[in-house]
Structure formats: C-alpha cells, structure tokens
Design a protein around this ligand. Sequence first.
Ligand code: TRP
Length: 433
Amino acid sequence: MKTQRVLTGITTSGTPHLGNYVGAIRPTVRASRLANVESFYFLADYHALIKTGGDPARVQRSTLEIAATWLACGLDPEKVTFYRQSDIPEIPELTWMLTCVTGKGLLNRAHAYKAAVDKNTEAGTEPDDGVSAGLFMYPVLMGADILMFNAHQVPVGRDQIQHIEMARDMASSFNHLYGEHFTLPEAAIEDHVATLPGLDGRKMSKSYDNTIPLFVPKEQLRKLIMGIVTDSRAPGEPKSTEGSALFQLYQAFASTEETADLAKAYANGIAWGEAKQMLFERLDREIAPMREVYDELIKDPARIEKTLKMGAAKARAIATPFTQRLRQAVGLRPLDMEAGNAKPTAKAAKASLPVFKQYREADGLFYFKLTDSKGAVLLQSKGFAVPREAAQAMARLQQEGSIALDDLAPQLIAPKDVQGVTQALAQLRQAAA
Ligand code: TRP
C-alpha cells in the first residue's frame, strides 16, 4: 500500500478537553503508529488569532498546553512531523495563492460564517456585524494547512467536514488552472465517537462552556463527572441509554463488552450516582498515566519549544521546495527564467510538449513511456500482456495527471524525477484543455 499522509491541527485557543481527545488526538496518535502512514500534527495558532483577538497570553498558554497534551498522549515527534503553524511562513503564502482561486460565494456558504450572519439577521443588525475577515477566510487558511503537505486523510470532528470539502474544492480549482500540484484530501471520522456530549448534554465545545478538560487533577475530574446532566429517574427505575450524555461518554472510552454491561445496568435501574462513578473510573484508567507525563512536560516549556523547532525544520523541508514549485506554477518567477506560460504558436507549443509513446518490445510485451520534448525518458511503464491495458494506463495519466501515479505504481518503473513527471503531465493536461 502506498504511504498515506495523515494531517490534523488543533486551534490553540483553549485547553484540550475530552471531545478533542476522543475526536482528534486519540485516533490520530493511534494512526501515527501504523506502518504506511506519515503523520503531520500541528498547533493551529494562526487560526487561534481569529477567536482570541486581544488575548495573547491565552494563545501562548494554550499552545503550550496543547503541545504537552499531544506529547503526553503518546505522540512520537521523531516518527511524526509535529509543528506549530506559525513556524511555517509558507502557509500564509499558500493561503494567498488559494485565496485567489477560491470563490467568495464558496466562503459565503461556510457554516461558521453563515451562523454569524444568521445571528445578526435575527438580531436585526448588519449581516456582517462583528464578523472579521479572518473568520470569513478561516477555511482558506485551513485549506493551506492541508494542501501544503498534500494530506490524504484529515482526522477531524464532524463539524469540520465542510472545511475539508472546501479544501478539495480549492485543490481542484488550483490544479485545473496550474496543473496537478495538490492531492485531494478526505475527512477521516471515527464514526461512533466523532462528537462527544458535554456536561449539559449538548455537543462538548468551548463555545458552550460545557467541556471536561482532559488533564484536570483527578478529584476535579470526579467532580465534573458528577455534574453531568441526567434525567430525574430514581435508583431502581430503568433508564434509557438513548440521549444519555453519560452513556455516550462511557462508550467513547469503554470496550464493546463494557458498554453492553452498562446498557444492561441502565435497563436494570442503576442509580445515576453509581453510573457516574463507573464513568469516572473508566476515564481515569485511560487518562491517569498520560496525566503524569503531562504534568512533567508543562513544567518544562523550553523542552517543548525545542521539540516544536525540530518539527518546523522537518515540515519546512517539504514546504519550502513545494512553495517554490507553486510560485513557479502561478508565475511568481525570477525574471531571467524562461517564460513557460508565454503563449507560443500552436506548432511551437506542440513541439515543446512531452509525449507518450506506446511500443512493443522483443519480449512480446507492450510498453509505454513518457518523454520530454527533447526525447529524454521521464516515465517508463512495465510490460503489459495486451496493448489495451497499456493504452488504458496511459489514458489515465493523461486525464488524471500525477494523481493517477499512486494507483498505477505497480505498473510503472518508479520515476527518478517525480516532480518532472508531475510537471509534464500537468503541461499535457493544460495543452489538452
Ligand atoms: N479548524 C480546526 C478545528 O477547529 C483546526 C484546524 C486548523 C485544522 N487547520 C486544520 C484541522 C487543518 C485539520 C486540518 O478543529
């Protein structure tokens, strides 16, 4: 299987809570340990400025807490790329390039922006009252986060799915205009636990002020859990698991059998106090060992800073050359560079294009190759038994561009210059458009 790139970020505007842990941190840390994945985790501190305007201390504190959280939750910064968004200047640069290919209408439809407008409309104020351009542009910055590293999978909560769809949209628009540079990302949702209820039964969220912080001291955790809303059924009365915040929280941490046992206890009329105690114990069993590491890390910010700087160097080893390629693609080029996009005559244009050639070898098999305009081989296929298969593979590369390279890898000899192949395929597609 081809290596999958998994990427996710957490906005550094608060203290990590159980919802963040279950919805993003835990599944991503687990996925990072699999073979065949390359993981990117980052602290979305540029995003934090949108929500925390005027509270710099909170941004800094939250960045520290979130970094410590991920490390305490088992993230291995040697294996994964763990960085802070604002350490990567290429991200705001890409944000601008994407801004220029993103329809304003697309952004008008973003849930968060629409919600703000609806609220104003209801209140009878100007539609954009109190809405910063930062809030409006939020999805583009997020698109840049994802597309910069050509992530395949983006583990996020359900509320973020639209943002991933928008990132796909931006990637397609850019690819259409400038050639195949971006992978189209997909949201990865852990279905049964994607959103956790908070203390009041609504979705656990900073904005509802109903969260259970992941690393509060044990006693405080117990107190918070005792405060979860339940209905007024007395001990001995059967209870419904449906719509029970307590039950859903338990389920997110417990095994299938443990969950089935609690469901039985509900039917048998377990007292709410007892059910809460079970939840507390189950949660603390998973959290306690991580809490110990967290408390140590928080005391040593310099160590975390060093880890993040190392991560930034790793991330920029990808982002810097990739941004160079994108600059080149959009026309932000040194003036003494040959103008690839100046419209040549049709004949000259054709002569300067890469070409696909299909042929048969002495071994009786059918092959194809892609050469540049001067005849140098960029890409070479392996042998096909029938010509139609060779033709189909070739057609896919022509139509889909470098995105098809992954799928076709078994039929191809791994190219030495992937970037050259990508550019050549993009050039062919442009010429065909
Ligand atoms: N918007 C995400 C959230 O609020 C955080 C985020 C920013 C993100 N950039 C991202 C998540 C890129 C995934 C990928 O949770």
